[in-house]
Design a binder for this molecule. Structure first.
Ligand code: FES
Ligand SMILES: [Fe+2]
Length: 345
């Protein structure tokens, strides 16, 4: 795996001066015709029934989502290469996507394998096939020919978890702007009203890897519970955290969608652990999920109110913004591409 960002392991002790902040300006999604290469949530698993084809906006264009004969999600460009009909109006026939207009058919790799009229399929006629994953009740696609890294996972197997997913309102900024929250230590104190957190120490102890970072956050959350969480980013838009809320484990993963430039929705996944296969354990897990919904809704809504109207302009940082400054440098150098552009637009 290639290394995209490395700094010496020495503790962070500096932060950019005001006049240097312009140098860490992060390109907007779509700027120069390219987008960050990351995993993006597209829809809920429950929206893709067997045999259905669903169309959604992605990367400023449109894709279709359906299930193959094994039930695995497939994500492909939505416009038929013949004359451009929207394939979400088509149907699945013998495991292939059939265009509604002249009945061309496309296999799971996007190859045109048949025309309706009986002519041989045009050479090179194909759909763009995105790497796709189904994880924790959400269908994700990677912006690229092949994933540069894998989606994160929680510490416990999925069959031990009780999971609830909700989708936030449309928000008028790039998902990575919301993702900067993970490093914005000042807002943890002042917006989310967290107490007893080691504001400077968590910045010194953050551990970076090729595709993000992890740091430990202990304290009292604004809703009143005691937290001990490992907070992580992977890629440009997958935020995940896991750890203890008082005496029970909670995992939260948030993926920011990318329908087009300067817009996104937050897909929020709450996961708690079912400690045994009993009605009592299931009841306790449901109660914990109820509290988790309150906790993450409280936090995400506080952020969303600010994000709806802000103009993200990092210019005047202080010492307590050094983790945020480092994340902006990481995002500035982040790989960007748009290989599906000729086929999804
Ligand atoms: S537009 Fe799809 S087969 Fe003609
Ligand atoms: Fe926040």
């Amino acid at each position: 795996m290639s290394t995209i960002y490395r700094e010496p392991e020495a503790p962070l002790s500096s932060y950019p001066a005001v006049h240097e902040m312009e140098a860490v300006r992060v390109p907007a999604e779509g700027e120069g015709g390219v987008y960050t290469q990351s995993w993006f949530p597209l829809c809920l698993s429950s929206e893709i029934a067997s045999g259905a084809i669903v169309g959604v906006p992605f990367l400023g264009g449109r894709v279709i989502i359906y299930r193959d004969e094994q039930g695995l999600p497939r994500v492909q460009s939505a416009y038929c290469p013949h004359v451009g009909a929207d394939l979400s109006l088509g149907k699945i026939v013998d495991g292939k996507v059939q265009c509604p207009f002249h009945k061309y058919e496309f296999d799971v790799d996007g190859r045109c394998v048949k025309t309706g009229i009986g002519d041989p399929p045009p050479r090179g006629a194909r759909l763009f096939s995105f790497p796709a994953e189904e994880r924790y009740g959400v269908i994700w696609a990677f912006n690229g020919e092949a994933p540069l890294f894998q989606l994160p996972s929680f510490a416990y197997p999925e069959d031990e978890l009780e999971i609830e997913v909700y989708v936030g309102p449309p928000t008028n900024c790039d998902g990575w702007v919301f993702a900067t929250n993970t490093c914005d230590v000042q807002h943890l104190v002042h917006l989310h009203e967290m107490k007893e957190i080691d504001v400077q120490g968590i910045q010194e102890r953050a551990v970076w890897n090729d595709w993000g970072f992890i740091y430990n956050l202990k304290g009292i959350h604004g809703v009143g519970c005691r937290i001990d969480w490992d907070i992580s980013m992977r890629g440009s838009t997958s935020f995940y955290q896991q750890g203890m809320v008082d005496d029970w484990w909670l995992g939260i993963m948030v993926g920011f969608s990318l329908p087009g430039p300067q817009e996104h929705r937050a897909f929020v996944i709450n996961a708690v652990r079912r400690e045994a296969d009993t009605d009592e354990a299931r009841k306790r897990a449901r109660e914990q999920l109820g509290y988790a919904a309150h906790l993450s809704e409280f936090t995400v809504l506080q952020d969303a109110v600010i994000l709806q109207t802000m103009h993200f302009r990092p210019r005047a940082f202080t010492r307590t913004d050094r983790l945020l400054a480092k994340f902006l440098r990481y995002l500035k150098k982040y790989p960007r591409a748009h290989p599906s552009a000729p086929l999804i637009n």
